[in-house]
Design a protein. Structure first.
Length: 315
């Protein structure tokens, strides 16, 4: 058996048992991947994959155990490479940050310039997506860290650490009836008042949308949600053209930048939410990753991060 066979098995699982996609991701041929897996199964004396004809349908019972061992071997191999890089090229390398649009647009611009100044030889990449996808990217080691509000703290194998807390805000046009409310009066806004107007807000995978739905449902109020979007800029655009009122994350509203809109705090309705940064347990972290985490939240020291990692059970 060899590492190439392990890579083929791992990538086949990651690609939902699609050999063609696995081969494409590994820059090789589909027959080559299939042959290598069959040879590994013959050497082990067990079938790793369930098959229907030539198609792979899933893992066998022994295959599920084999996949865990292969994942552990490949993770440790990757760790060896990272250890080598850490000592041979201490301030060089790559860093992939998986994040939602909100984090890329409103939070990371406060951090990345300072990080770049400290580590000019580290190549940074931002990978945007919805929280479940971001969690999978870190689990599959396609990203070093993920930043999001949902999913991360519910994903086995990840250590999720709090970065900051926030509340929702309602955004309206200046000529909207709600725009006349002062800040103190906005704190008395009710769900019934919001439900009188068409609402533009996040897709269900983003920025506390589940909390919005839950609060309306628990209070027996049915909102008229006319449009869902994945980021606040799109929501604000459609509020501006008269589609309705918007419900967005509070940090996405800036009175100086959003001069054509009025923002009203509604944390009293939808609660306080926590955005987390997640890292995978069992993965060696370069020094500059620890620095990034502390830049995101000063309390995320190396000791705090390591303690959180030690408490995560590796699946």
């Amino acid at each position: 058996m060899n590492l190439q066979q392990f890579r083929f098995v791992r990538e086949t699982i990651r690609r939902n048992f699609n050999l063609t996609e696995a081969a494409r991701a590994l820059f090789t041929s589909q027959p080559g991947v299939s042959k290598a897996i069959i040879e590994l199964e013959a050497e082990l004396g067990v079938k790793i994959f369930e098959r229907h004809g030539k198609r792979i349908k899933g893992l066998t019972k022994p295959g599920a155990v084999v996949s865990v061992v292969i994942d552990r071997i490949m993770r440790e191999l990757d760790n060896l490479k990272k250890v080598s890089d850490e000592f041979a090229r201490r301030d060089e390398g790559g860093l992939v940050i998986a994040c939602t649009h909100a984090q890329a647009r409103y939070i990371l611009p406060k951090v990345i310039p300072a990080f770049r100044k400290k580590f000019p030889k580290v190549h940074l990449s931002l990978a945007e997506g919805n929280p479940p996808h971001l969690a999978q990217m870190v689990l599959h080691e396609q990203a070093d860290v993920a930043i999001a509000t949902e999913t991360l703290d519910e994903t086995p194998g990840l250590a999720a650490l709090p970065v900051y807390s926030w509340e929702h805000a309602v955004v309206v046009r200046p000529d909207h009836p709600l725009a006349e409310l002062k800040s103190s009066a906005a704190r008395k806004l009710t769900l019934e008042q919001l439900a009188q107007y068409p609402i533009v807000t996040y897709d269900r995978a983003f920025s506390g949308r589940r909390a919005i739905d839950r609060v309306f449902d628990e209070n027996g109020v049915t909102p008229d949600i006319v449009l869902e979007a994945i980021d606040a800029d799109v929501i604000k655009t459609y509020v501006d053209v008269g589609m309705g009122i918007g419900i967005i994350a509070g940090m996405a509203f800036d009175p100086r930048r959003d001069k054509g809109l009025v923002g009203l705090p509604v944390g009293h309705l939808f609660g306080t939410h926590v955005t987390n940064v997640a890292i995978k347990s069992g993965v060696f972290l370069r020094d500059y990753v620890y620095v990034l985490l502390e830049m995101l939240a000063p309390e995320l020291t190396r000791e705090v991060v390591q303690k959180a990692l030690d408490e995560v059970k590796i699946p």
